[in-house]
Write a protein that binds this ligand. Sequence first.
Ligand SMILES: [Zn+2]
Length: 195
Amino acid sequence: MEYKYELHCHTGAVSRCGRVEPEKIVEMYVEAGYNGIVVTDHYSPMTFPIHRLACPQKAADFYLSGYRRMKAAAPEGFTVLLGMELRHYWTANDYLIYGVTEDFVKDTGNLMNVWEPRIKALCEQNGFLIYQAHPFRVGIRRTDPKNIDGVEVYNGKTDDRRNAQALAWAKERQADGLRLRFSHPGAFGKGRNYY
Ligand SMILES: [Zn+2]
């Protein structure tokens, strides 16, 4: 049995770059034949300006609102999972985290201050996976593979050349014997996950 999941998705409710509201996203992916979606809204300084961080409970509820709305809108048989795209202060690197729970978001405090090795350790402790997103976009620094489980090698908002570079880099690191997985989420209609 094959499943088709979207692994990198932002909602208009939470992410500043998101243009589509959660309910509509569900509708679109159901129509396109997907089995489910992982909501990876931005957990970044843009999502959490100072005034929003002043009340951690409200900040967590805001962050979870896109996921919760999408889950509420999902018809039977369509799975909505919580994920995250984390960005630290002062960098342009993004990390996709899979397996995140609501309690983790509510109880762990400000993750934008928790640097890469510590984030990797937290993910391991909790059974999450962490992937570096679009590693060849301008301004991005390839992270030490020790700090990640994998690399995003196809990103719909990144050009083919940079996606190809990401694939080559991921393969190279894998040949080094490092524990590295990488995903290849496709566009509508041809989505697949490899490796
Ligand atoms: Zn993203």
